[in-house]
Every structure is written in structure tokens, then in C-alpha cells.
Design a protein. Structure first.
Lengths: 237, 103
């Protein structure tokens, strides 16, 4: 049972209720997870994966791009090692998300040590950035749970609906529409605006790079450029 | 069964890519590291989300398709800035896309 505010200090209360606020904040993003999950599940079966594999993948990978990369390579008989390398490279940005999450204060216990990293997704991570640091990890886990359920449910439903779902012309825009409000709240201050604009321009220039390395390199280069500009502008003349 | 084993093996690797940095805590808390941690999420999200929407316009795809996607994303972004809400901008953006898709 959660104590009422007033019986504990504000910070403690905020931390204790963060997972619930995270789950609440994630609800508007659930339709995006459902649409992408349905499309990914359907694409997995349509490409020729057996149903058992298609059911296992949403939970085992919990990453749509990695799942699609695996399917594209597995159905043409690519050996395991190149598939593993390819999928790991497409997943590299999660390494960065997890590295950033590792700097957030962490509650103790098995759940936060073992399960919380599994629940790191683009949406849950981005939502948690608005939360004050002390309760940020609990908030991300709270946001991650409904998104995970939506992803798994939609992924499995998509395997049954393969062939029945109409092809969407603008499916590529769904993640950006769903995440645009989260991004809009993050873009504040000159440095962040510059980093975001630089990342978009560089992302366009580097988009031909294979294995979805373009966005990763674009972000790293944009941040490096902004930090260099900040250093130079502070240097005494 | 043989189809599941490589999936589980890759699943473990993908989990390790998230769990190891999380367990390791190797990021030093220096002013530079704090600045990188402040800027990198917004740069990464912008680089992942926006170029796929802008690229069709620049690549000479049918102009209406690219413009509709851009309009839907812009609507979601701007309505959030104006209203400070999340659900309404997403609903408007998806509604614009659905209208373009089905009508």
C-alpha cells in the first residue's frame, strides 16, 4: 500500500509513484507500438518464418528493426555469424541508451538490475528524459511495461493477420508522429536545438550507410560539433 | 526447435548490449560527460526519427506522399509545443496519415 503525500517527503512520494506516472505517460504512445508491432509480426510471417519463430521474436529481441533485419537475412539462408553481427550493429543505439540510463540513480533490487535494462526502448527512454533524475528509472520502467505488452500482443496478432493487413504507404512516418511530442519537449535551449538540427541534416547525408549506422554517426558527429562550437565560443580572444 | 535457438541466442546478445552498460557504470561523471549525456538523446532521437520522413521529399518521391507525412509529423510536433500535451498531437498526426492512406 502506498502512503499518502504528507506522510513522507515529496521526493520519496515522487519516486514511489514514478512507475505509475510512467505507465500513464506511455499510453498515448501505445497505438504506435501496436501499429509497428502488427506490421513487424505480419512481415515476419510473410517473409517465410515459421510461426513458432515469429511468436518468439517479439519477446526475445524486443526491437522491431533488429527483428526485421534478422528475418530478411534468415529467410535467404545467411549463416548465423553474419546475422548476429548485422542485428547487433542495427541495435547499437540501444547500447548508447543503456549507457545513458546507467548514469541515472538506480533503486536496489533484482528487478531494477535485471529486468529494467530489458525494458529499455526508444519510447520509454525518451519519455523518461522529462522526469527528474531521482525517479527517472522507475518512470522508464513504468512506461516500458505497457509498451512491452502492446508490442508483444501486436507482434503475435500480426503473425495471424499476415496477408490480411493492407499495405500502408506512409508507415515509415508512424514512429516520427508518435515520438514527435516527446522530441518537441526535449528540444529546448540553443545547444539542444543545434544538436537536433545538426543530427537531422547529418542523418539525411549519412542515411545511405548500411546497418542503420547513419543515425548513430549523425548524432555523435552533431554532438561533437556542438560541443566544439561551445568550447570555441567560450575561449578568450 | 532449430528455428528458435538462433533467435534466443541473438536475443541474449541484444539483452547483453543493454544490460552490460547498465551493470557496468563506466561513464565518468565529468562536466564533459554530463554535456554529452544531455545532448546525445535529443540528437539521436532527431537523427533516428526525422530523416526517414524528410528523405522521400529529397529523393523525388511523389510530392503529395512526402508532404502528407511531413505535415502529419509537423502537426504532431507543433501541437505538442502549443498544448504541452502528448495524446492530442499524436491523434492529430495519425488522423492526417489515416486520411491520406484511405481517402
Amino acid at each position: 500500500m502506498v502512503e499518502a503525500p504528507g506522510e513522507m517527503d515529496d521526493d520519496h512520494w515522487r519516486a514511489r509513484t514514478a512507475w505509475r506516472r510512467g505507465a500513464h505517460a506511455a499510453m498515448p504512445l501505445v497505438p504506435g507500438a501496436v501499429l509497428f508491432g502488427l506490421a513487424t509480426g505480419a512481415a515476419t510471417v510473410s517473409a517465410g518464418m515459421v510461426p513458432a519463430a515469429a511468436f518468439a521474436m517479439p519477446a526475445a529481441f524486443y526491437a522491431g528493426v533488429a527483428q526485421l533485419a534478422y528475418v530478411q537475412l534468415a529467410v535467404v539462408g545467411t549463416p548465423f555469424a553474419p546475422i548476429l553481427l548485422t542485428v547487433a550493429l542495427t541495435h547499437l543505439r540501444y547500447l548508447i541508451y543503456a549507457t545513458i540510463v546507467s548514469t541515472w540513480p538506480r533503486p536496489g533490487g533484482f528487478f531494477f538490475r535485471v529486468v529494467a535494462p530489458y525494458l529499455i526502448s526508444e519510447s520509454a527512454f525518451a519519455l523518461a528524459l522529462h522526469e527528474p533524475a531521482p525517479s527517472r528509472l522507475r518512470f522508464m520502467v513504468g512506461a516500458g511495461l505497457p509498451l512491452w505488452w502492446a508490442w508483444i500482443g501486436a507482434g503475435i496478432a500480426g503473425t495471424f493477420l499476415a496477408g490480411l493487413l493492407p499495405p500502408l504507404k506512409h508507415a515509415y512516418a508512424v514512429p516520427a508522429i508518435v515520438m514527435a511530442p516527446v522530441l518537441a519537449r526535449q528540444v529546448s535551449g540553443r545547444a539542444r536545438v543545434a544538436a537536433a538540427l545538426g543530427a537531422v541534416v547529418l542523418g539525411l547525408l549519412l542515411s545511405p550507410l548500411p546497418l542503420r549506422l547513419g543515425p548513430l554517426l549523425a548524432a555523435l558527429l552533431a554532438v561533437t560539433a556542438v560541443l566544439a562550437a561551445m568550447r570555441l565560443s567560450r575561449r578568450p580572444r | 526447435m532449430s528455428d528458435i535457438v538462433p533467435i534466443l541466442a541473438i536475443g541474449i546478445v541484444l539483452y547483453a548490449m543493454k544490460a552490460l552498460p547498465f551493470a557496468w557504470h563506466f561513464v565518468p561523471r565529468t562536466p564533459l560527460a554530463d554535456q554529452i549525456i544531455d545532448l546525445l538523446p535529443v540528437a539521436l532521437l532527431a537523427a533516428v526519427l526525422l530523416p526517414p520522413v524528410l528523405a522521400p521529399l529529397l529523393a523525388g518521391a511523389p510530392a503529395t506522399d512526402g508532404l502528407v507525412s511531413l505535415l502529419a509529423v509537423a502537426a504532431s510536433f507543433v501541437i505538442c509545443l502549443l498544448s504541452n500535451r502528448t495524446a492530442v498531437p499524436i491523434a492529430v498526426g495519425l488522423a492526417i496519415l489515416a486520411m491520406a492512406e484511405f481517402f
